[in-house]
Design a protein around this ligand. Sequence first.
Ligand code: 5GP
Ligand code: ZN
Length: 114
Amino acid sequence: SAAANSAKCIFCKIIKGEIPSHKLIETNLSYAFLDINPLARGHALVIPKYHAEKLHELPDEYLADALPVAKKIAVAQGAENYNILQNNGRIAHQFVDHVHFHVVPKPSASDEEG
Ligand code: 5GP
Ligand code: ZN
């Protein structure tokens, strides 16, 4: 069941504070934090406060809340170049079965010098 999966879900535990995280933004429906294994400095994850494994299982209200949070992170980072990524299913490189949006800055050569 969704409840049983939620009980052992690491992202549900992060939302509840049972696993520590570096929080960036929290709304009523979303939680955003730094990725533990970043692809670039500032790599963030935005997750709905609702246990759905895949995007098509997520209620629209949660989906509608998540992207503006990703946008706020991109603005706060001042990133000119970045990727928003969202994977569904193992073959598509999803390894945590709780919907999440990656915000991955793509630093330019000059950013790295700074
Ligand atoms: P996926 O491949 O499922 O789209 O990405 C899952 C992401 O979650 C990975 O980038 C991974 O580093 C991150 N991640 C996995 N476990 C944890 C954790 O316990 N804490 C944090 N902050 N990130 C995690
Ligand atoms: Zn979950």
